[in-house]
Ligand binder design. Structure first.
Ligand code: 13P
Length: 335
């Protein structure tokens, strides 16, 4: 088995998932100011260090995605953040794209940038201890979108990124996110997501990426957040599995979903149902940002010195999702 395949499988072993703590400074500022905490480098680190030193890191969190600022920061005990994460038995990872920008030729859509100079940045992150990386492409659904231009150009960027990351001996997380925003139906989400993922794999294969050494991070199949249609969790699971079975090559070892604006409970419940019905060989776990952090952040903001209390809230969410990643979660465990 290849080294990259081992890393990917270890990150997602035994119901473990990924903590996405790679919010850019802009996004983190929105999150912190949303709970009335000033967004300083110290506060951003303080909250994140509380999560990274929680006990659930050992049983539940196989990998943590960091942002450039965090991977270079030191913990309160003066060790580097990637060292802290490794000591907790988890793998440090790093977001390497520099964000989604207006797509020339289709200005209502986005193209993710960050390929220029990427090879050198990857070498630096590898030296800092990163074992895996993340790059996110975004697609919006309307009557005319995502366009072929957006589907092709984002797939191309994801593939060039992945090839560079594997060359540097790290596992690329390939994240094509079809956004939940909009009035579209789940059927439209299913169709567009299938097309987007298939195109990504065409490009990954063209760029000679070893599919055994990647993790796919897709959205679940949901109806748009402004749609009148409401579908059940069972339906979400059925459509999500159907989409992935049809569009993901069997060599891919693991799939880790993003939460994408679902509530914490929805993200857990849907992941649980996906795993209950999982008739594929893919490990299906989580790579959540908001759905792992929301309650912990809210709790922490009320008293930023209450480390133990904040960790308790985070540990609960991590444990619930790790049960869901094995199809063993029940609503009764929430109370
Ligand atoms: P959410 O789970 O909040 O969607 O974040 C995951 C992520 O990493 C988005 O790139």
């Amino acid at each position: 088995m290849s080294e990259l395949n081992n890393i990917a499988l270890k990150i997602l072993e035994k119901g473990k998932g990924i903590l996405a703590a790679d919010e850019s400074t802009g996004t983190m500022t929105t999150r912190l100011e949303g709970v009335n905490v000033p967004s300083t480098p110290q506060n951003r680190l303080l909250f994140r260090e509380i999560l990274f030193s929680s006990s659930s890191m050992r049983e539940c969190i196989g990998g943590v995605i960091l942002y450039d600022e965090t991977i270079k920061q030191e913990s309160s005990k003066k060790n580097k953040i990637p060292e802290l994460i490794s000591e907790m038995g988890s793998a440090p990872g790093i977001k390497v794209d520099i964000g989604a920008k207006v797509l020339a030729g289709s200005p209502d859509e986005k193209i993710t940038e960050g390929l220029d100079g990427l090879r050198d940045r990857l070498k630096e992150y590898f030296q800092l201890g990163a074992k895996f990386t993340k790059w996110r492409g975004v697609y919006n659904i309307t009557k005319n979108y995502p366009s072929q231009l957006s589907i092709q150009s984002n797939a191309h960027a994801l593939a060039r990124y992945s090839a560079l990351v594997q060359e540097c001996n790290m596992v690329p997380i390939v994240e094509p996110e079809v956004l939940m925003e909009g009035e579209h139906s789940a059927k439209e989400c299913f169709e567009k997501t299938s097309e987007v993922i298939k195109k990504c794999f065409d490009e990954l294969i063209l760029h000679k990426v070893d599919l055994k050494g990647i993790i796919l991070k897709p959205n679940m199949i949901l109806s748009g957040n402004k749609s009148k249609e409401k579908i059940s969790g069972e339906e979400v699971a059925k459509l999500t599995l159907k989409c992935l079975k049809n569009s993901v090559p069997t060599e891919v070892p693991g799939i880790a979903f993003l939460s994408g604006g679902q509530s914490e409970l929805e993200a857990t419940e849907n992941l649980n149902l996906i795993n209950k019905h999982n008739d594929t060989n893919f490990v299906m776990s989580y790579s959540y940002g908001r759905a792992l952090q929301q309650s912990a952040l809210k709790f922490w903001s009320k008293n930023t010195q209450n480390i133990v209390g904040t960790q308790k809230v985070f540990n609960h969410r991590a444990r619930m999702n790790t049960l869901a990643a094995q199809g063993r979660w029940s609503k009764d465990f929430e109370s």
